[in-house]
Design a protein around this ligand. Sequence first.
Ligand code: DGY
Length: 299
Amino acid sequence: MKILATRRYPGPAWDELSDVEVIPLADVSAPRSGVEALIVANEPVPLELLPELRIVANFGVGYDRIDVAALAAAGVTVTNTPGVLDAATADLTFALILAVRRRIVEGDRLVRSGRWRGSYADAFLGQEVTGSTLGIVGLGRIGAAVARRARGFDVRLLYAQRRSAETEIAEYRELDDLLRESDVVTLHVPRTPETEGLIDARRLALLRDGATLINTARGEIVDEDALVRELVAGRISAGLDVFAHEPDVPADLFGLPNVILTPHIGSASVQAREAMTRVVVDNLLAFERGTPVPTPVAA
Ligand code: DGY
């Protein structure tokens, strides 16, 4: 099976694939005959350039930039990599929570600037995560992994979810109430037509003064302009790993001490990325054998 991949994906499983051409989609300008499989990282699929395509293996759990319905209509199978990146993403979420609440990046910048003049009793005071209220929006696999990490910090855990989940690890709240009651709100819903703009200007205004918003899900879930306004006003703080127009990030955020910006690295651990490649390869090999693919995406 001839495979096109938009880059070389990490890990030993990669070598189990034969007949792979690595090429960014931007460089595919004319129709390619014979290509039956495509490996992408949540990128739009140019079906018109790949007329013999039969399977798209997405390197990632989120596939919001892939038109799954159009591919299904064309008889193309789509797979993703659920499960293997939950720990990495939950770890990064917690790293951002701690870093924002305890002003770690701000402190690092001061020390590196050479302007630090000593430790004063009233300098660099942050907020303890211990004992705070953490609101998790979307208690799926990643949200639940964040909840498990939060237990060690003795936080009060709230969660909001479209369909109520049976759980004892957190107390259910309507989204607006969760936003009003939490010290830290962290987003873990996929980007869908229902969740795009979910945290709009009205909902951002519900956050407490001094609250922290963490987004390791998708930038489009938040009204980015409204978020920038709240952050510039200094009313809230944030840890943002994802943005609405990646890799563009609103320049107004760059000078702000109350926001930490990371370059979409939720799943960027060696372990998660190698496991993601393993899942991609397993899907392709199963497809080639004619057996059910392990992690299909439902159209
Ligand atoms: C995902 O899996 O959706 C991540 O955003 C990719 O790193």
